[in-house]
Design a protein around this ligand. Structure first.
Ligand code: AMP
Ligand code: MG
Length: 345
């Protein structure tokens, strides 16, 4: 299949809409990462998303809408979701709702809940409006690779597998949406993202908990609240190790660990804050952004992780951020890229 890479515009939206209506797949930019979309109501189309990504069938998809009116036919919305929709939609917050029969089993992996989100990216909104369908879309990467934050990343993984990629430039947030469960009692963040625990808590005026497996591996026999958390994700091919501790210990330890690996003939590098790039210049530093801006780190992270593969890195040592605000989402993705392997400096 020939994969077209097109700029946004009326003709592109008409083409995207035609493809979606006839059961095809379209990759499109959102404010979080690029999505790989199909008509959420078309079982066969949804199945082809799993095939294109190599995604396990038990990992459900998020349904994207442009208008709250679309919710009625696909789900029942828990009461507490409305103030959150008022505050954060359109935007990077996915809310679990009770699924209605219009949504095929394939979207929800058989779960009684369906995850829904209204993206804010103007290209995503225009495409959703043009087709006027609920669009099921996971991230547009091959399963197991870091999510795509540019059209070039999507091309790396999807060239030849889908008919259309809409190029909307680099995604703003850079990490996938926050997934929030309001269907099973107290609110629980299943996956942290750009809408933070603190932001949700201030709207709901109550504590919001975070699924245990966000910052550690799933324990044996522990059930994943969000099926996606079971899988090795966000992972470059290199062995990644996180280095934690006071700054004046971390930087020298990063240098030592990296140089030791190089002495053993391994291709090694460090992921470090902008302010440490110079001090670590002997260690192929990859600048993840200033330590003062977890938002900037989120924006860059997946691009940096993808570059490690291109460069054939084997051993990678990374700085960490405090797991607060957007830092929680950064540490979830970095932690999983490292299989939560951490060294204390
Ligand atoms: P992706 O769109 O690739 O970012 O993946 C969607 C994420 O949402 C995965 O981690 C899924 O496990 C999660 N998800 C989607 N639907 C549900 C659901 N009904 N219950 C729990 N998690 C869900
Ligand atoms: Mg994904």
């Amino acid at each position: 299949m020939n994969t077209q890479l097109l700029s946004p515009g009326t003709d592109t939206y008409i083409l995207a809409s035609d493809i979606l209506k006839s059961g095809g797949l379209v990759a499109f930019p959102t404010e979080t990462v690029y999505g790989l979309g199909s008509n959420a109501l078309d079982r066969e189309a949804v199945l082809s998303i799993f095939a294109a990504k190599g995604r396990p069938a038990d990992n459900p998809l998020i349904v994207h809408i442009h208008d709250r009116k679309q919710l009625e036919s696909i789900c029942e919305v828990p009461e507490r979701a409305f103030p959150l929709m008022d505050a954060f939609w359109p935007g990077p917050l996915t809310i679990l709702c009770v699924r209605k029969p219009a949504i095929p089993d394939e979207v929800t992996a058989g779960l009684p809940t369906v995850a829904v989100r209204m993206p804010s990216h103007p290209v995503a909104r225009a495409m959703l409006q043009a087709c006027n369908l609920p669009v099921a879309a996971p991230s547009a990467n091959s399963s197991g690779r870091p999510s795509p934050t540019t059209a070039a990343h999507v091309m790396e993984d999807m060239n030849g597998k889908i008919p259309l990629i809409i190029d909307g430039g680099m995604c703003d947030v850079g990490l996938e949406s926050t997934v929030l469960d309001l269907c099973h009692g107290d609110p629980v963040i299943l996956r942290p993202g750009g809408v933070t625990r603190e932001m949700i808590s201030s709207v709901l005026k109550c504590d919001v908990s975070v699924a245990g497996s966000v910052l550690r591996p799933l324990r044996e026999n522990e059930k994943a609240l969000s099926p996606g958390m079971r899988y090795r994700h966000y992972a470059p091919k290199a062995v990644v190790t996180l280095v934690q501790g006071p700054e004046d210990h971390v930087v020298p330890l990063l240098r030592k660990l990296c140089l030791e690996q190089e002495a053993r003939g391994k291709k090694a590098c460090v992921l470090c804050f902008s302010e440490h790039v110079e001090q670590l210049s002997a260690c192929h530093p990859h600048d993840i952004g200033p330590s003062s801006s977890p938002t900037e780190i989120a924006h860059r992270l997946f691009d940096v992780l993808r570059r490690l593969d291109e460069e054939g890195m084997e051993m990678v040592f990374s700085e960490v951020v405090p797991p607060e605000g957007v830092g929680l989402a950064v540490m979830n993705r970095l932690g999983r890229a490292a299989s939560f392997r951490t060294i204390q400096a």
